[in-house]
Write a protein that binds this ligand. Sequence first.
Ligand SMILES: [Fe+2]
Length: 333
Amino acid sequence: MSDHTHILVYDNTCPSRTGIRQTIESGSLSIRPILHSEDSSFGAEVYGVDWSQPISADVVTQLIALQDKYAVLIFRKTELDNSRHIAFSQQLGDKLEINPFFYGRENDRLREPLLFDVANIELDGSLVKMDSRRYHHSLGNALWHTDSTYHQQRSKYSILLSHGNPVEGGSWTHFADTRRAYSDLSQAKKDEIENLVVEHDLWHSRKLAAPAVFGNPLPHELAAKPPAYHRLVQTAPDGRKTLYLAAHAKRIVGKGTEESQRLIWELIEHCTQSKYVFSMEWLSGGDMVWWDNRQSMHRANPYTATMTARDVRRSTILDDGPWALGVSTTGLD
Ligand SMILES: [Fe+2]
């Protein structure tokens, strides 16, 4: 799967390479949209939030409306610490996902089960070793995916916040507009996929990215994270249809693995054409990106042997909407 894991920056970048961007003023907020098309806006940088104070309910409402429209919101130099990162996340939904790889405070660099440590830093402060299980696990994040599709209760938002210095030489996270990608499918393809249900399995994407290490997950790993089932075509918060896809997508219910993988990757390749994708550059500590897993896909660049420290931490907010629990497994083959 090396095609999917090499370091890449797509044509559209944030900040823009040309520097020419429209700014929309909305009350105390300034919004700079990133990707425009006739029927869609995808991604925006948002300025004007005072992150030094608790965020008011009114601003939260405004931000959720922007999130529904743009699917990915970027905030620069927020300087939030762990507790304020969590507090803001808790204003966006009832429950945060507990990090399933949290094995006790003494074994976790962040000592916080509500944050996922996705840094390239080991517990002792050293940089991640290229042959470690942590490194191999991280490779899956460089495949196009959507967070937590492998949970039966999916997650609606992820909020990734950087701490400390940016990576020397730059680092990027890439986002794909699955609403616009769905809208551009042929009617025949839309009809073909309308009622499909997808089996999502964390161990599938780990195996794709790191077959030597995760080719045969251990029985207790499989038992800890069984697959989950979600509809392929979903309705986004703004009412448009969208594709709910990820590298975790292993099989389409009722189809064989090979046929399933062909269709899944055909659709992922479709969604991740450069016209649907932008690359967010991490410019400084405190930069934060909040995305909607129900209407976008994303990928990281993989860790490299020469990469300097990248201290990024993620909160994940559980979906509490009508499609949160996916499809019941009863009666599925
Ligand atoms: Fe992710």
